[in-house]
Design a binder for this molecule. Structure first.
Ligand code: EPZ
Length: 419
């Protein structure tokens, strides 16, 4: 087991280059299962969730080749349904997309329940409701989700009471070959939905409306392979912007799509952070002084829940009282137990945490509770006086490639050591 050691109090300066978006690469890798051909995917982030999903589809018969660190060739001609490795599927949330892809391509599915970060309940009811609307019959037995569609899959209208990212992805995957037209109302609008739809359309699918709350999928007969480049990771970018803001210093964040960062930039600017926003670069001019503000997490284009812990770290040192309201997940506040070990002043009532800014934070040994919470602990430790140790860093490496190296190159006193 490894841990991260940080000596805080140093400003960050320099250039950081953002990788491809994990939460776009996962649905696109699952979508290759629909092609039965060879796809070349560029800008794939070298993170463990991606490696895990590639192992899962390889276990189903896909031929996966790393052409470079971030370029992958995937051929799914020989993929068989019902043989995704149960012991791997249960480790990541991205496995849920195997269900939609199997149903889409084969009309049947036999996939173990997916895993994912522990934010409380993570139901799949919207996914299953969508599959049934398309003509699949779902049963759950011995930890597996099974689907059959004896009458074939047919287009239908699907309405989501919550704009679920995963359910939107899965219903698109399951409906690509369905007879007729499928309409998904109340769809998630995240950029990663758009990226997956662009990938599938490049393979010959007929998807319109991605990025809006109303998506139409017209069934086609087959797909061919294509060459696609994954969009940059807006959450990784926001994470490094938050690190620059809390430590002070000037950091240029390269390979971003500013349009995807609007809500994050707006919050940072409200907190007094000066940003220069270019075509594909955002420069953060931090002076370490931050102003308290209130934030509410919402589905895109609202403020992303996956930036909640990182901005909470800034709230711990902002001048005044800030409030973070988490409206997407039931229980995303587990990181607070760890933040408090550094001397933060936080109270929680219902879905809102209140932070009283303090300049007396001290380094401490903390444990990462999930992917984004772990990144937030790094951010807080970069500001705190003294030494912090962050353990369970495998959770952080699920979504961040070389976070220690990237921060060290910006001047942080940070290293990874064996526990
Ligand atoms: C995706 O999770 C992301 N994961 C999460 O990012 C992210 O926090 C989340 O979207 C919201 O943006 C991946 O893309 C792999 P949802 P997902 O379905 O699809 C409820 C990270 O840090 N819901 O949009 O599981 C659910 O309980 C990860 O990279 C149902 O009620 O999220 C939640 O309250 C962490 N029934 C809300 O919808 C369902 O069938 C949003 O969930 C599905 C979801």
């Amino acid at each position: 087991m490894e841990k991260i050691i940080i000596n805080g109090g140093l400003p960050l300066n320099g250039d950081v280059y953002i990788d491809g978006m994990k939460n776009a690469a996962l649905p696109i890798i699952a979508a290759t299962l629909l092609c039965g051909d060879t796809c070349i995917i560029d800008n794939v982030p070298a993170v463990s969730d991606i490696a895990m999903l590639l192992d899962i589809i390889a276990g189903m018969g896909a031929k996966v080749e790393y052409l470079d660190k971030c370029r992958i060739s995937i051929n799914t001609a020989n993929v068989k349904p019902g043989c995704s490795p149960f012991d791997l599927v249960c480790k990541i949330r991205g496995s849920a997309y195997i269900i939609g892809a199997e149903i889409g391509r084969f009309g049947t599915a036999h996939v173990g329940y997916p895993g994912g970060c522990d934010f409380g309940v993570r139901p799949l009811d919207l996914h299953l409701m969508g599959f049934e609307a398309l003509g699949a019959r779902i049963t759950v037995e011995s930890g597996y989700i099974n689907a059959v569609s004896p009458m074939g899959l047919h287009g239908n209208s699907i309405y989501f009471r919550i704009p679920s990212v995963g359910a939107t992805v899965n219903c698109i995957l399951a409906s690509v070959f369905a007879e007729g037209v499928t309409t998904i109302e109340g769809a998630a609008q995240e950029p990663h939905i758009v990226d997956m739809a662009n990938f599938l359309n490049a393979c010959g699918a007929d998807i319109t409306g991605a990025g809006t709350s109303s998506i139409k999928v017209r069934g086609v007969k087959s797909l061919k392979g294509c060459h696609h480049t994954i969009i940059p990771d807006m959450i990784e970018a926001g994470t490094y912007m938050a690190a620059a803001a809390i430590t002070g210093g000037c950091v240029r964040v390269h390979n971003v799509i500013p349009k995807h960062m609007e809500s994050v930039c707006s919050v940072l600017q409200r907190m007094g952070v000066k940003l220069d926003i270019g075509a594909d670069t955002i420069t953060v001019h931090g002076d370490g002084k931050l102003i308290a503000t209130d934030v509410v997490t919402q589905p895109y284009p609202g403020f992303p829940t996956d930036m909640h812990p990182q901005i909470s770290a800034l709230m711990c040192v902002a001048d005044g009282v800030s409030r973070m309201s988490e409206l997407v997940w039931d229980n995303r506040f587990r990181y607070i137990n760890e933040f408090q070990k550094m001397g933060t002043i936080i109270s929680v009532a219902d879905r809102t945490a209140s932070f009283t800014g303090s300049q007396k934070l001290s380094g401490a040994p903390v444990v990462s509770t999930d992917l984004r919470a772990g990144a937030a602990m790094i951010i807080l430790a970069l500001r705190a006086h003294g030494t912090s140790q962050i353990s369970k860093i495998s959770l952080i490496e699920r979504g961040y490639d070389n976070i220690v190296g990237k921060l060290a190159s910006l001047g942080a006193d940070i290293k990874k050591v064996d526990e």
